[in-house]
Design a protein. Structure first.
Length: 488
């Protein structure tokens, strides 16, 4: 039993939690208690918003771009200096292998501060010369100003990385932030607050409120009239609720939501690359990646061999605790989420799916049997209109379907209400460009997966999101542009 309590962080201070409602933060490896977490009240949200608004008017708002960038570099360095603490915290909250978090979550989470701090200094705005009737002319130029107080609601699958993906550019642009981390993974947002103080970030600039969605910190924050914009990564249903909450003030929102992402594997692919890439896109982080693949379309000539090779890869995965160097698969985030994923496993069987491998719960050592473990699972044999092919499962599973020609597979891959990402595997360059341009998604990978240049636009179409993040696209959301027209 842990005696640790995570407190809310407001105006540069961890606030007293006596008398507050608390909830459990449990380790998905074995369901043991990591900490108790103080749930923010509506009054806490009021205090955080007031602190964030005051932060805009204080030293933070008076700093030059170079001064802000210097502080954000110190934040990034502070995360790296405490790398092992962040690694342990992230893996305890999520159960993911150290090998994954060590190479992706922590270094990229820290790098987001430096990347956007440097970007803000080097992205120009527009300027135009125009004629006037008197012949003297006029000059128009635009300046960027912070949008204000940003509500940041971050997910549990990549807690530090996806939170700093928003906080980094928001702070680089001069805003202040109120972070509501997922109730499943609150620890690294809390730890980052310590780093912010160590780096010299002024009070009120970075605030953390813990809690849930409806009738808790999430709803209080998104409905608050002192919040100028909300950015959210998570499921589509929650995004819709946030839009409704902000509609009365016409507040801008930036959403990266759900997906039912396809992979298209042509017969002329490099099979080794296609198998390796599809393995990662289906099973990485136990399938809990918004950009992951749940629908795999394989050209009929190589369908059988692809299914067999992917089955062999899935069955070679080794579940285990994060610090086991031989383990390459962790548990799902919680027992509640496991129930959801297992319900789809049962629905697939009831629909008559061919279970190529998996479909249940692995036999784990006694000490781990209370954890949220599931088997990596592959199906074939279901129609495109089945629930397994239509709804996001967010687990280590995929359905593999054969196809016969290019036009057919483009139509089938696009036949979804989502539009986040797609992978295409082919050695035919013309086909790669042709098919990529026809996909109704925000991101297309050709002969790769999860390869990200952080300067490029990131986001989804249809029910997978609104807006784009990354590079100058993040600056567009986190700033207001003012045009200044000077008559000569």
């Amino acid at each position: 039993m842990s005696n640790k309590t995570l407190r809310n962080f407001i105006n540069g201070t961890f606030v007293d939690h006596s008398g507050q409602s608390c909830f459990d933060n449990r380790n998905p490896i074995d369901n043991s208690l990591i900490s108790r977490v103080a749930e923010a009240s509506a009054a806490d949200v009021d205090s955080a918003v007031a602190a964030a608004r005051a932060g805009l008017l204080g030293p933070w708002g008076k700093m030059s771009v170079d001064e802000r960038a210097g502080l954000l570099h110190r934040v990034a360095d502070g995360v790296i200096a405490r790398f092992d603490e962040f690694l342990a915290a992230e893996c305890a909250d999520t159960g993911k292998p150290y090998s994954l978090a060590r190479h992706i979550d922590i270094p990229r989470g820290a790098a987001n501060f430096k990347i956007f701090a440097d970007l803000v200094k080097n992205v120009a705005t527009e300027s135009f010369q125009m004629g006037t009737p008197d012949g003297a002319g006029a000059i128009n130029y635009a300046i960027r100003k912070p949008r204000g107080v940003i509500g940041v609601i971050s997910p549990w699958n990549l807690p530090l990385l996806l939170m700093t993906w928003k906080v980094g550019p928001a702070l680089a642009c001069g805003n202040t932030v109120i972070v509501k981390p997922s109730e499943e993974t609150p620890t690294t947002a809390n730890l980052l607050a310590e780093v912010m103080n160590e780096a010299g970030i002024p009070d009120g600039v970075y605030n953390v409120l813990n809690g849930f969605g409806p009738n808790s910190a999430g709803e209080f924050l998104t409905r608050h009239h002192g919040v100028d914009a909300v950015t959210f990564t998570g499921e589509t249903r929650t995004g819709a609720a946030i839009m409704k909450a902000g509609a009365d003030r016409v507040r801008p929102v930036s959403f990266e939501l759900g997906g039912k992402n396809p992979a298209i594997v042509f017969a002329d692919c490099d099979l080794e690359k296609a198998i390796e890439g599809t393995m990662r896109s289906v099973f990485a982080n136990c399938g809990q990646v918004c950009l992951g693949t749940e629908r795999v379309f394989v050209e009929r000539q190589i369908f059988d061999i692809f299914v067999e090779r992917l089955r062999a890869g899935a069955e070679a995965l080794r579940p285990g605790v994060p610090n086991d160097p031989d383990a390459n698969m962790g548990p799902l985030i919680s027992l509640e989420h496991r129930d959801k994923v297992l319900s789809y496993y049962e629905k697939a069987k009831a629909l008559g799916a061919i279970v190529v491998t998996g479909g249940g719960v692995p036999d784990m050592p006694k000490a781990l049997r209370e954890g949220a473990w599931v088997e990596p699972t592959i199906w074939t044999g279901l129609a495109d209109d089945s629930i397994i092919m239509r709804e996001e499962i967010f687990g280590p599973c995929c359905h593999i379907s054969p196809f016969d020609d290019e036009n057919e597979v483009v139509r089938r891959a696009n036949d979804t209400e989502y539009g986040l990402a797609c992978s295409i595997w082919t050695e035919n360059t013309s086909r790669a460009h042709r098919v990529a341009g026809k996909m109704d998604v925000g991101l297309v990978w050709v002969n790769s997966w999860f390869l990200r240049d952080l300067r490029t636009p990131f986001g989804g179409s249809k029910m997978s999101g609104i807006g784009r993040e990354g590079g100058v696209h993040s600056l567009e959301f986190y700033t207001e542009l003012t045009n200044i027209c000077v008559k000569l």
